[in-house]
Ligand binder design. Structure first.
Ligand SMILES: NC(=O)C1=CN([C@@H]2O[C@H](COP(=O)(O)OP(=O)(O)OC[C@H]3O[C@@H](n4cnc5c(N)ncnc54)[C@H](OP(=O)(O)O)[C@@H]3O)[C@@H](O)[C@H]2O)[C@@H](O)CC1
Ligand SMILES: Nc1ncnc2c1ncn2[C@@H]1O[C@H](COP(=O)(O)OP(=O)(O)O)[C@@H](O)[C@H]1O
Ligand SMILES: [Mg+2]
Length: 285
């Protein structure tokens, strides 16, 4: 796209942090992933697993009660807190200080969940990634957008973007409206697609990694986990968004010769995170 800054390995390495030898899990950052509902617990499993596989020291998932066994059994590394309600979230409540929060995958838009999100946004000061149904809830209640902390990262696909900014008549208008939204609420928009654009105020970044293998259920849920993990590791929000989107795409580029397009699934993004991070470190040498 004209006037956009390309995201590639070279640009990423300007701020990519290698792991310090003396670090420990307590200082690697604690991510909190909030979401899931009956029938959509897979989404929060994917986000949580992607977060722990992207370098943060601790991950907690906050989910409705029905997902307790599902998350504990699928990802033993992840801690779990449950809502009082069985099938969907009704009150967001936790007793520790996460360094970053990712909210929305599989969350649903039940009216009690909507109120829970509003109450939470009123008190939350942590860096945050807002995705999927959390975005849809904000689309239904636009006055709540002013509750977002500066540089909150919103990760809509096109339909979610439309629910936030309304319809557009051309690509130019879409970008202009997204820039206006980013400025009005002082948020970073990760506009997911092929390619993904990151819009921060008037600056547009364009990702160069990734391919059509990513067109599969749960790919975005994984991205939310990766970006939340990077935020928890003290990357600033713009850097976390850019690095997260690049690494996410890179997994599919590395995997493609081995998996092909058809058989690549969201869990493969997580499976190839190791090779993606290693390839950044190799390039750095
Ligand atoms: N395993 C699990 O638990 C999973 C759970 N998940 C959870 O489900 C919830 C609903 O999320 P969702 O995104 O599936 O539904 P929704 O917001 O109605 O959007 C769908 C419509 O949007 C459009 N569209 C989408 N992308 C587009 C694009 N790039 N470019 C253009 N259009 C695009 C397209 O519309 P169409 O083009 O058909 O009009 C499509 O039909 C959410 O909480 C999520 O986290 C999922 O993550 C899957 C795995
Ligand atoms: N054809 C494509 N080329 C590159 N990336 C794609 C393509 N299709 C989808 N993606 C990426 O996959 C992810 C899909 O996210 P999303 O629609 O939220 O999925 P889900 O809600 O199922 O997790 C985004 O990061 C998007 O950029
Ligand atoms: Mg999604």
């Amino acid at each position: 796209m004209k006037n956009s800054i390309l995201i590639n390995k070279k640009s990423i390495l300007n701020y990519y942090k290698t792991t310090v030898a003396t670090t420990h899990k307590g200082i690697q950052g604690h991510s909190l992933l909030i979401g899931g509902s009956y029938g959509k617990m897979g989404s929060i499993c994917l986000s949580s697993k992607a977060a722990i596989k992207s370098g943060c020291g601790l991950v907690t998932a906050f989910i409705p009660e029905c997902g307790y066994n599902i998350v504990q059994i699928s990802i033993p590394e992840v801690m779990v807190l449950t809502d009082v309600s069985n099938k969907f979230i009704t009150k967001i409540n936790f007793d520790f200080e996460p360094q970053a929060i990712g909210i929305g995958p599989g969350l649903g838009t039940e009216s009690k969940t909507q109120i829970a999100l509003c109450d939470f946004l009123k008190v939350n000061l942590n860096p945050m990634v807002i995705d999927a149904d959390a975005l849809n809830i904000l689309g239904l209640n636009p006055s709540w957008l002013s509750l977002l902390q500066p540089k909150t990262i919103c990760t809509p696909h096109l339909k979610e973007l439309e629910r936030l900014i309304g319809k557009w008549n051309s690509e130019t208008e879409k970008i202009a409206k997204t820039i206006a939204f980013s400025k009005k609420y002082n948020v970073i928009i990760v506009l997911k697609g092929a390619p993904t654009l990151i819009i921060d105020n008037e600056t547009i970044y364009e990702n160069t990694s990734g391919n059509a293998a990513l067109a599969t259920a749960g790919s975005g849920d994984v991205l939310t986990g990766i970006i939340t993990s990077l935020l928890a590791q003290s990357y600033d929000p713009l850097q976390a968004a850019i690095l997260g989107v690049y690494i996410h795409g890179l997994t599919s580029d590395i995997a493609l010769p081995e998996t092909g397009y058809q058989s690549f699934i969201a869990s493969d993004i997580i499976n190839y995170l190791d090779k993606a991070f290693l390839s950044l470190e190799e390039y750095q040498k």
